[in-house]
Design a protein around this ligand. Structure first.
Ligand code: ADP
Length: 923
């Protein structure tokens, strides 16, 4: 305590003896205490205290009227938190008195006659303690006030932030709407006649508009997260699908950079997981795009590892590693904050908003993980996190694993030609996972030697993986020609898989076409990033088609090329009538990829105008229903009635296909309809059917005319993947002919029945759709088409819940694809087993026997045998029914018998059962 603050302290001196008061006054003043108040009666203490609180009280004990104890009691009753200390100054020296004084609240005491020094020291000590207490109390009070003020300020700031975030979110939403319109208009602009510099301006504007839209989307996400509005939407999804979409986007971001994009995916990763796929993809795209952006050479690798499995979820580690510029330690924490970049120069060199990582970190937190970073400047960065992913149905949660790995693909002796170190290591790891003995080398010349050595040593390679992107294309082709050469003893070189990113195959197809050295089925494509599943798909495709394909030189697409490269609508002239720019763009792109020549009409009226111009000829019209100016129905009516274009196929595109909509379409003369958003496979199939050309993909047609030289490997793959024929035949007592018969019967009606089910589905006739899907599921299971059967079971389950008025889920159009695969497998199998084609001719019509005629005992007996078989959905029912029909001369030609025949043809055993029972019940 300073002397100054002490000298300003107020001291109240209480004594009934004036002489004592004087003495104390003098003594205290001599020590520099100037603020003294002297009172000679105890009654004056309280008023003096209340006038101004003293810092110390010197109190006599024995006073007339009220003693010192009573004064102390009065003061204590005030409950003043800043109560000053009291020093008792008394002639009483008895110990009992002093104790009583301390008990009553006195701080200290001095006995009279007092020692001058002692008194001053005690005054000083008590004052110091009190003044410190007062100081502390004041500080505390000030602090409390500050905290209160800050709290209020924080609250204001927080609510301001919320308002700001809301504003940002509203604004970016509002901005996005016109942005979409701008993008749409730019697309439209590009469809008009433009000179080259106008085209250039439009493309640049479009580029700028797209990046602006990207920034708006980022701001929207960021503000949503900041406002606590971001919610995840977990749904089951196929993990492989996510990887495919991710690789597609990252490859398109790669541009011309010579970087390796590698995926190292755990073979134990479940096939289906439950999470917000969109947001997970957003995080991975963001990390992957950054990695590509900040890496000039080397590789970018995505690693996915299953860490541990629990009953209902699986913990998965994701890491994106690059060999790029890295991030300085002092920047590593900062870059996760919004709007910040590692260094000003980086952002200028590379562009960006600095929002991506902030959004990604928060999204990962929402998913239950933490986005972390390990980075060394100049060497690269790894962003990683671990999150739980839900497991849905136990079967879907099965890892892709090696369990269903086809026998034909066991123990392949593999040679890998890959100069890139990380890629080579990854490919060898993959081979090890597959238990394939593999060897690797860095260049094809070395590979040729290894091929010959292995062959000579009696351990020939069965396949070669050759990364053709590591060399300039002409050199790669030369090396490929070398690798293809027969081995010294004349035997064929192993099959070569060409490793490249999707799209490279297109630029190679012309080269391969012109290459005279290409031999039949010498190569297949294996598309990067190479994963367990892509290897499986490519190998299976090769096993199924590779050996029967025409040579690489004659086929523009090698086995293994994605279906989008096998145009299913090549040269078909389509008039697309659609007024929504986004839908226009989507439809145009998809159709053009299938090889169609698409002309756009903005609305029904424009379509009618175009079709009335004789020099414009179209094969088919794809017509939206609801459009401004003129809708699809009116346009079709005009096309049919006024333009008299009766044969021109018109397919309606209907968003929420209600039965009434469809009927209206057909009533005005449309040929068919497809749902929107449409599935290109289904759309192509519909168009091909209407145009009367080959089925989609052309594979069925191709293999039908191919020589019958299917290897046993094909049978194996066919058997295990699409159609488990062997097991099904075993169940039928080993009768292959019978099996083929029921298979063909099943396949013949499959597509039609799927359409029928779709019809019910889209009309919200849940019960009918469920029934049909249920029957198909049973039949698919019976013929061993397990994949299809599983998909049908899932569809059946969904169909059960369909009800009128609900927002209908889209019909699972992948059923058509699976059906096609079964059809293909059935054809292969038939040729493989070299069986005569069973007669698909309709069963003989019922004989013209009079209606109402009684059933013969023979027919009754057959029906009695048939009914339990039908109830058990036993395939034998088909044979029994054929036997029954052999007695057709005694079977009445009633509608009921015809219905029974139809049900048997469709293998709808349950319907057939009811009909047979009803038939038998007749007299
Ligand atoms: P943006 O890329 O839009 O600037 P991000 O939030 O995604 O925003 O990234 C912030 C900053 O972090 C980048 O500007 C860059 O400086 C740094 N950064 C992110 N990823 C990498 C990476 N893989 N390598 C080096 N620097 C990176």
């Amino acid at each position: 305590m300073t002397d100054n603050s002490r000298s300003q302290a107020r001291i109240l001196v209480v004594d009934d003896e004036p002489i004592n008061l004087k003495l104390l006054d003098k003594l205290l003043r001599s020590e520099g205490y100037t603020e003294l108040e002297l009172v000679d009666s105890p009654a004056q203490v309280l008023p003096a205290y209340q006038r101004q609180r003293p810092d110390l009280i010197l109190l006599d004990l024995n006073m007339p009227g009220m003693n010192g104890f009573e004064v102390l009691n009065q003061l204590q009753a005030l409950n003043d938190p800043l109560m000053p200390p009291t020093i008792i100054v008394t002639a009483q020296s008895s110990h009992r008195f002093l104790l009583q004084a301390l008990q009553a609240g006195a701080r200290d005491f001095v006995t009279k006659p007092f020692d001058r020094h002692e008194l001053l020291l005690r005054v000083r000590n008590s004052l110091d303690a009190h003044l410190s207490h007062v100081l502390l109390h004041d500080t505390q009070h000030q602090l409390a006030q500050q905290v209160e003020l800050r709290g209020a300020a924080l609250q204001r700031a927080e609510s301001a932030t919320k308002v700001k975030s809301k504003f940002l979110s509203n604004m970016s939403h509002e901005l996005r709407t016109p942005m979409n319109a701008i993008l749409g208009m730019l697309q439209l602009l590009q469809t008009t006649a433009l000179n080259p510099s106008q085209t250039d301006y439009v493309q640049k504007t479009q580029q700028a508009a797209k990046s602006l839209l990207g920034i708006l989307n980022d701001i929207l996400d960021f503000s949503k997260i900041e406002a606590g509005k971001m919610q995840l939407d977990p749904e089951p999804f196929e993990f492989e699908q996510l990887l495919q979409e991710l690789s597609f986007i990252l490859f398109s971001n790669l541009g011309g950079k010579r970087l390796e994009l590698l995926f190292d995916i755990d073979v134990d990763m479940p096939r289906v997981v439950v999470a917000d796929a969109l947001r997970l993809k957003q995080v991975l795209i963001n990390l992957g795009s950054n990695a590509l952006k900040f890496t000039a050479q080397g590789e970018v690798q995505l690693t996915v590892r299953v860490q541990r499995r629990e009953a209902e979820r699986v913990w998965v580690y994701f890491a994106l590693r690059d060999s790029g510029i890295g991030i300085a330690p002092e920047q590593q924490a900062r870059i996760f904050e919004g709007f910040s970049q590692a260094e000003a120069s980086t952002s200028r060199r590379f562009g960006g908003t600095g929002l991506g990582l902030a959004i990604s970190r928060r999204l990962v937190q929402l998913m239950g993980g933490d986005l972390q970073l390990h980075s060394v400047p100049g060497q690269g960065s790894t962003f990683y996190f671990e999150i739980p992913l839900g497991l849905s149905a136990p079967m879907a949660a099965e890892p892709q694993g090696l369990a269903d790995w086809p026998d034909a693909l066991q123990d392949w002796h593999l040679l890998v030609i890959e100069p890139h170190t990380a890629a080579r290591a990854l490919l060898l790891d993959l081979a090890a996972t597959l238990h394939w003995p593999a060897q690797a080398c860095t260049d094809p010349a070395q590979a040729r030697e290894l091929l010959e050595q292995a062959h000579a040593a009696g351990q020939p390679f069965q396949a070669v993986w050759f990364d053709i992107e590591a060399l300039p294309a002409d050199q790669a082709l030369q090396q490929l020609q070398q690798l293809r050469q027969p081995l010294p003893d004349g035997s064929a070189a192993p099959h070569i898989f060409l490793l490249a990113r999707p799209g490279v195959d297109l630029s190679w197809s012309a080269m391969l076409k012109a290459d005279a050295t290409a031999s039949a089925a010498s190569e297949s494509w294996l598309f990067k990033p190479i994963t367990f599943s892509s290897v499986k798909t490519s190998m299976q495709r090769w096993l199924r088609h590779g050996s029967t394909q025409a040579s690489a030189a004659t086929a523009p697409e090698l086995a293994g090329a994605p279906p989008s490269h096998c145009p299913g609508l090549a040269g078909v002239r389509i008039l697309l009538v659609e007024d929504n720019p986004i839908n226009q763009d989507v439809a145009m792109q998809l159709l053009q990829r299938e090889g169609a020549l698409v002309t756009l009409a903005e609305n029904g009226l424009e379509a009618v105008q175009r079709l009335s111009t004789p020099q414009l000829d179209f094969d088919l019209v794809l017509m939206d229903m609801q459009m401004h100016v003129m809708d699809g129905l009116q346009a079709t009516r005009l096309i049919r009635e006024q333009l008299k274009l009766l044969d021109l196929p018109i397919v309606a595109m209907t968003a929420n296909a209600m039965a009434s909509d469809r009927d209206a379409c057909l009533a005005v003369g449309m040929n068919d309809h497809v749902g929107k958003p449409f599935d290109i496979v289904q759309l192509v199939a519909v168009m091909q059917r209407i145009l009367g050309c080959a089925p989609a993909g052309g594979t069925a047609a191709a293999s039908a005319s191919a020589p019958v030289d299917l290897s046993s490997a094909v049978a194996q793959v066919t058997a295990t993947v699409v159609l488990d024929a062997e097991t099904a035949v075993k169940r039928l007592g080993g009768d292959r002919l019978f099996y083929i018969k029921i298979l063909q019967r099943f396949v013949a009606l499959l597509e039609q029945e799927l359409h029928q089910a779709q019809h019910h589905w889209e009309a919200a006739e849940g019960k009918l759709a469920e029934r049909l899907l249920h029957t198909l599921k049973g039949n698919a299971g019976a013929v061993g088409a397990h994949l299809l059967s599983q998909a049908l079971a899932a569809a059946e389950k969904t169909a059960r819940a369909l009800a009128p008025g609900m927002l209908l889920p889209p019909y699972p159009v992948e059923l058509y694809r699976l059906a096609q695969a079964v059809q293909q497998a059935s054809d292969d199998l038939h040729r493989l087993w070299a069986l005569p084609l069973p007669s698909m001719a309709p069963a003989p019509a019922a004989a013209p026997v009079a209606e109402g005629q009684a059933l013969s005992p023979q027919v009754r007996q057959s029906l009695e045998h048939l009914i339990p078989l039908l109830a058990a959905q036993d395939m034998e029912a088909l044979d029994r029914f054929d036997e029954l029909m052999a007695h057709h001369d005694t079977l009445p030609a009633t509608a009921q018998v015809q219905a029974l025949q139809a049900a048997m043809d469709g293998m709808d055993f349950l319907a057939a059962h009811d009909l047979a029972v009803a038939l038998l019940a007749q007299p």
